[in-house]
Design a protein around this ligand. Structure first.
Ligand SMILES: [Cu+2]
Length: 133
């Protein structure tokens, strides 16, 4: 189990290097960005909505494949305190929704990774959300 994880981490690192190496070849993942629709949520079962935009023209980007999500309390110095994040059906093009069990008030960091059609590489963003009582 442990060695499997290490192999995965190594592969991820190698892919990361490959992406950095090809960035100058015109890969445009840096042109994309996730934005929070609401910077605060109520503690408890929360719906987090983010919009993926293409920065040069500000247009929303539908049909991205979201493959990495993590919600943890890194902003409060509690990196190991993470919670469940579940992707939900989108109701608006370019808006992606997640259901999360926000178990504590304070700052949470949402890490997202996405593949955008027609772009090589991965869009990666970290967003800070504040959970209120
Ligand atoms: Cu906490």
């Amino acid at each position: 189990m442990k060695s499997y994880k290490c192999a995965r981490a190594l592969r991820a690192a190698l892919i990361g290097v490959a992406i950095i190496g090809s960035a100058s070849a015109g890969a445009g993942v840096k042109d994309y960005e996730f934005q929070l629709l609401d910077k605060t949520v109520k503690k408890g079962d929360a719906i987090i909505s983010v919009r993926l935009i293409h920065k040069p023209d500000g247009k929303p980007v539908p049909n991205a494949v979201i493959f990495a999500t993590r919600l943890d309390m890194a902003p409060e110095g509690m990196e190991t305190m993470k919670t469940t994040v579940e992707a939900m059906p989108s109701t608006e093009p370019g808006v992606y929704k997640f259901k999360a069990a926000v178990t504590m008030e304070g700052g949470w960091q949402l890490s997202l990774g996405a593949k955008v059609q027609g772009e090589t590489g991965t869009v990666e963003n970290k967003l800070i959300i504040k959970a209120t009582p």
